[in-house]
Ligand binder design. Structure first.
Ligand SMILES: NC(=O)c1ccc[n+]([C@@H]2O[C@H](COP(=O)([O-])OP(=O)(O)OC[C@H]3O[C@@H](n4cnc5c(N)ncnc54)[C@H](OP(=O)(O)O)[C@@H]3O)[C@@H](O)[C@H]2O)c1
Length: 302
């Protein structure tokens, strides 16, 4: 191991973005950075990371001191604000903890459209972004579009031959695979100077309307799937009725879909390519990778 290696910490290590970030860091940058994974006490790294033998530290975003203790000696930290109604305060606590410990650079996972300040998610994330910018630390803000993985919530309708979405009047959006979000985060942690004090909106490679999405799912699964137009509120009610998410969070998703037809959010960008130098995964390849999961019956949310 090189003696001048920088240490980076990935929080949210048991979650989707954290897991893919650690996977990419370990595969592509382990000769350049020492990697630490931040977990809540009692939590484990996902099984798929077991083979890498990553060092772990305990932290809780409800307690800035615990973050400060965990990230001691780290130069860059990925802050993944949890899916929690208290997300704003938790994100600020994480930033405070990093600052107390002398961390130089934070990569923050935010959300596409945070700058609109419209809707609960944008308000939560914009406040964290502003707090980070004023912290005096170096920062990189990543604002991902909707994750392609959200399709897991639609397994039941897909099995019935339907793909319901609130994409009225041919509205389009460009979802991203979490693997690509992780690759972008890993690159920013490993090579921060190129990305300091910049904001990137991360999207998949193509803008899709509802019919096109349904065609792709239909082709990959080999059965007819038709697009069904939903009101954003109907999607919210569906998510709540299936207990995929609590009401405030389902409301946050519905609010974003209200904005999609305006063309101001969830559009395609080249930012991911700019960071990683690689094309993001397209929706067809993503669905192929997820085919088995999409055809396996389950009543559980991911
Ligand atoms: N889904 C989308 O389409 C989308 C799009 C853009 C942005 N985002 C945002 O991106 C972020 C990451 O998403 P994700 O899918 O990776 O979320 P996730 O899988 O739910 O991961 C969240 C992580 O936060 C951790 N966590 C929870 N409470 C914590 C606490 N008190 N202290 C420290 N860590 C805590 C969780 O750990 P435990 O295992 O301990 O619970 C988990 O590792 C979220 O804020 C999400 O809203 C999502």
């Amino acid at each position: 191991m090189a003696t001048n290696m920088r240490t980076v910490c990935v929080t949210g290590a048991s979650g989707n973005v954290g897991c893919y970030t650690l996977d990419c860091l370990t595969k592509e940058y382990k000769d350049r950075v020492k990697i630490i994974a931040g977990l809540r006490p009692g939590r484990q790294l996902p099984q798929e990371l077991g083979k890498y033998k990553i060092d772990t530290v305990n932290l809780d975003f409800n307690d800035a001191k615990s973050v400060a203790n965990a990230v001691k000696g780290c130069e860059s930290v990925l802050v993944v604000p949890p899916q929690d109604e208290k997300r704003t305060q938790m994100g600020k606590n994480a930033i405070d903890g990093c600052k107390q410990s002398g961390v130089r650079h934070i990569v923050l996972i935010s959300i596409a459209g945070a700058d609109t300040g419209k809707g609960i998610f944008a308000k939560q994330f914009l406040e964290i972004e502003e707090y980070l910018k004023k912290s005096g630390l170096q920062w990189t803000i990543l604002r991902p579009n909707f994750f392609m993985e959200n399709i897991a919530m639609l397994k039941e309708p897909i099995r019935k031959g339907e793909l319901p979405h609130p994409l009225k009047n041919n509205a389009t959006f460009a979802p991203i695979a979490v693997e690509d979000v992780g690759r972008a985060a890993a690159t920013c942690l490993a090579d921060p100077q190129r990305f300091v004090n910049k904001i990137f909106t991360l999207s998949g490679p193509e803008e899709l309307n509802g019919t096109r999405k349904a065609e792709i799912v239909s082709r990959v699964l080999g059965k007819p799937i038709k697009y069904v137009d939903l009101e954003p509120k109907e999607l919210k009610d569906f998510i709540v009725s299936k207990k995929f998410m609590p009401e405030w969070q389902a409301q946050g998703i519905a609010e974003i879909y209200e904005e999609v037809p305006t063309g101001r959010v969830q559009k395609r960008t080249d930012d991911l390519m700019q960071i990683t130098g690689k094309q993001p995964i397209n929706f067809e390849r993503f669905v192929m990778n997820m085919k088995n999961e999409l055809i396996t019956p389950t009543t559980e949310a991911r």
